[in-house]
Ligand binder design. Structure first.
Ligand SMILES: O=C(O)CCC(=O)C(=O)O
Ligand SMILES: [Fe+2]
Length: 485
């Protein structure tokens, strides 16, 4: 770690970086313009500071499962990030200026950092049998086809799943030990030091960013590179910083469709070698291994985006949606996605309103759907809450002209309206009968035509008045709601 950083502009940068990777497992790099990280981190600070920029930049619901192609904003427990797959998507200009600026800087950084990483892979390939076919594994000339108008993933054999992620960690966030899954990671120093690395197996964790200058990055191997040429993937983690931290690692990834060359060491059964794995299969296998390892990890709960409506959101405390958790580049704690906890009745309504199945329900659809679902018995105060709730929770993405709610936000709003429907005096509390009726609303009537049976529910002692009357507030009702089938 004592070595001075390599200058990214130096003529022999790539061979020297390749050599250092082989000998030390990591390299410090001085990022000269145009690769300097400052413009990206500055625009990231503006983006994360602007609630509207984040709200209008969600990864589009239809793209959420497309882990190799997505572009947009994702919220996780403890951190949020803007993700860009520079070779995959051609997003139209974002509607918010801070998002547009971030996308521009992210694209520029991904171009510059991708080129550096590819040069290093190329240098490694010259000396490594496993990487002789490196052109299939990583891709040259990122910029040539940057932001073309179609998705390249299926169309082009040269598609690489490389990506840039710009993170913002909350003050208390930690990120558990892991190795990245791709070929190389280039991690510019974060806005405050937080990254720890473990270059030697079982060795000490080094607070490497404390020794780095603002224009430096760390370059290290991921599991795919380890698989094809034996340079060990670097274990790393992010420690609690006590303050907000921005970071912007670039992950050079192999094309998902190429077959990984087998490592040179003999397979256990030379006559019957295992079939070659594609890069995507390899990554998927690694993710499964991590899932199994981390099954016991319980994610902390997070608050949802703050609402402009006066009352606390009914779903506060819900674990962040698992959109980011199954992602292949770095999934240190990727448990199986949390159960969505959406009562069937709300789910059916969502799917009915989302007629085209794109995961988006617009303001007009939401209003009409809820008015129909609750019928004429919906009190005025509840009907009037629909608009402000949509305002508070709706999101947008680069591919869709209107704001909308996805299934998660729809669930929150449905619960709010259900509460309001039975809160007949609109005082923010339900009595026992009102809770009973609200929960019964969610269940189907029995087939034999008999009345819906009572639902048993438990409430905290503090929810009862001194005379024993139940006065249930929204937060506890939200829990009851989310536990309904
Ligand atoms: O944010 C950082 O500094 C590192 C994050 C990381 O390790 C990852 O996302 O894989
Ligand atoms: Fe990582």
């Amino acid at each position: 770690m004592a070595d001075a950083p390599l200058d990214s502009l130096a003529k022999d940068f790539a061979p020297r970086a390749a050599h250092a990777l082989r000998s030390d497992g990591l390299v410090r790099v001085r990022l000269a313009p145009p690769a300097h990280p400052a413009p990206l981190l500055l625009s990231a600070a503006s983006f994360f500071g602007a609630a509207d920029a984040r709200r209008l930049s969600a990864v589009a619901p239809p793209a959420r499962a497309a882990a190799d192609e997505r572009c947009g904003y994702v919220r996780e427990a403890g951190r949020e990030f803007f993700e860009l797959h520079p070779r995959a998507l051609a997003p139209p200009a974002p509607r918010h200026p801070a998002a547009a600026a971030l996308l521009r800087e992210a694209a520029a950084a991904a171009g510059a950092w991708g080129a550096l990483c590819e040069a290093v892979v190329e240098a490694l390939a010259r000396e490594s049998e496993g990487l002789a076919d490196y052109r299939l594994l990583s891709i040259t000339s990122l910029s040539a086809i940057f932001f073309t108008t179609t998705s390249l993933s299926e169309a082009s054999p040269s598609f690489s799943a490389s990506m840039l992620r710009v993170h913002q960690y909350t003050a208390d966030a930690t990120y558990p030990p892991h190795c990245d899954l791709g070929l190389l990671t280039l991690a510019p120093r974060g806005s405050v030091p937080g990254l720890l690395v473990q270059p030697l197996p079982q060795g000490p964790w080094l607070p490497v960013e404390e020794w780095m200058a603002a224009d430096e990055a760390l370059l290290f191997a991921g599991s795919t590179l380890a698989e094809v040429c034996g340079i060990p993937a670097l274990p790393h983690r992010v420690a609690r910083q006590g303050q907000t931290r921005l970071s912007a690692p670039f992950f050079l990834r192999a094309s998902p469709h190429v077959k990984l060359p087998r490592p040179t060491d003999p397979s256990p059964s030379p006559h019957d070698p295992p079939p070659p794995l594609s890069a995507a299969d390899f990554v998927a296998r690694k993710i499964d291994e991590r899932r199994a390892m981390n099954e016991a990890i319980v994610l902390p709960t997070v608050a949802l985006p703050s609402a402009s409506v006066a009352s606390p959101p009914l779903a506060a405390g819900e674990v962040a949606e698992a959109t980011a958790l199954g992602l292949p580049v770095c999934t240190p704690c990727a448990p199986a996605p949390a159960r969505r906890r959406m009562p069937a009745r709300a789910g059916h309504l969502f799917f009915r309103l989302d007629a085209d199945g794109d995961g988006r329900v617009t303001a007009a659809e939401l209003r009409e759907g809820l008015l129909q679902e609750f019928g004429p018995s919906l009190p005025t105060h509840a009907a009037e809450a629909i608009g402000p709730l949509f305002e508070a929770y709706s999101i947008g993405d680069f591919m869709f002209a209107e704001q909308y709610v996805d299934q998660r936000q729809f669930n929150i709003i449905f619960a709010e309206i259900l509460f309001a429907r039975f809160d007949s005096d609109n005082d923010g509390y339900l009595n026992h009968d009102e809770v009973q009726e609200a929960l019964k609303f969610l269940v189907r009537p029995p087939k034999d035509g008999s009345p819906k049976p009572d639902i048993h529910f438990a409430c905290p002692p503090g929810a009862y008045t001194s005379s024993g009357e139940l006065r249930l507030a929204r937060d506890w009702f939200a829990m009851l709601y989310r536990n309904m089938e």
